[in-house]
Design a protein around this ligand. Structure first.
Ligand SMILES: Nc1ncnc2c1ncn2[C@@H]1O[C@H](COP(=O)(O)OP(=O)(O)OP(=O)(O)O)[C@@H](O)[C@H]1O
Ligand SMILES: [Mg+2]
Length: 250
């Protein structure tokens, strides 16, 4: 399988504090990979390094290399092109203070799409992909604030998909959702993984077991163990992984 996202000897700092330590890992295309590990181990920093948003934080520095489909992203001149190819969905569902329709079109308009028919297609396609179309098709021009948390999270996914990313990063996307919304998002991710590389940070180990083909266990800024999800949970190679999956940490 082709590697979509590959980190080579990648380290990051906030000021003097070393946060990610010499990470070497590859993520597969058309697959969901879960990243698990205790609070503060560097999961969010890792995700945000892959779409070059970590550097928006003060005093962030990094060393080593990240490739996304063979592009060395830290050597790329156009950061906005990287952020377009690598979309990210956050923990708290955020709707922009715009209509439902304009939430989906935010990225496409930014990148210069302006034909009405094309915009209409993007809205319908993306809302269908996240199973929101039937719920909102009669009120596309209403403000998005009125949507429920689960609907806002699906809208956030539609907004990211609207610019046709190759990689989708999700940072605990279900932690504020009820079980039904969570299950719906999981089904959508399984569907989307047919066309994308998906990397999801989750504190919910059963969720990782349900949806991720591979799981990465991180501790103190390092990758401790990485492999097929079933094996990592049932028969971890590393003592620390064994402790974590049996509920010792985090
Ligand atoms: N902007 C920042 N400036 C300085 N230190 C930071 C910053 N963001 C994160 N850190 C530190 O970097 C380390 C890793 O943080 P990160 O948010 O990546 O962890 P995490 O694994 O996502 O944790 P959680 O599970 O709680 O979300 C922590 O020690 C954190 O305090
Ligand atoms: Mg985090």
């Amino acid at each position: 399988m082709m590697n979509t996202v590959e980190l080579k000897n990648f380290s990051t700092w906030y000021g003097q504090a070393l946060v990610l330590q010499d990470i070497n890992i590859s993520f597969c295309n058309h697959s969901i990979t879960a990243i698990v590990g205790p609070s503060g181990c560097g999961k969010t920093t890792l995700l945000r390094s892959i779409n070059r948003t970590a550097e928006l934080e003060r005093d962030f520095t990094c060393q080593g290399e990240i490739q996304v489909f063979e592009t060395r992203i830290y050597e790329a001149k156009e950061i906005s092109a990287i952020r377009r190819r690598v979309g990210m969905v956050y923990q708290i569902p955020v709707a922009l203070p715009l209509s439902i329709r304009e939430n989906v079109l935010f990225g496409p308009r930014y990148y210069g799409v302006n034909k009405r028919s094309q915009l209409d297609n993007i809205v319908e396609n993306c809302l269908r992909k996240v199973a929101l179309w039937d719920e909102v098709k009669h009120r596309l021009n209403q403000s998005a604030d009125k949507l429920s948390g689960g609907q806002k999270q699906r809208l956030a996914m539609a907004r990211v998909l609207a610019v046709e990313p190759q990689v989708l990063l999700l940072d605990e996307p279900c932690s504020s959702l009820d079980p039904a919304s969570t299950r719906l998002i999981e089904e959508l991710l399984e569907e989307l993984s047919r066309e994308l590389c998906i990397i999801i940070v989750t504190h919910n180990l059963p969720q990782a077991r349900r949806i991720a083909r591979e799981t990465v266990f991180m501790l103190d800024g390092k990758v401790v163990e990485y492999g097929p999800t079933a094996a990592l949970f049932a028969d971890p190679k590393n003592e620390k992984t064994r402790g974590f999956v049996s509920g010792l940490y985090g």
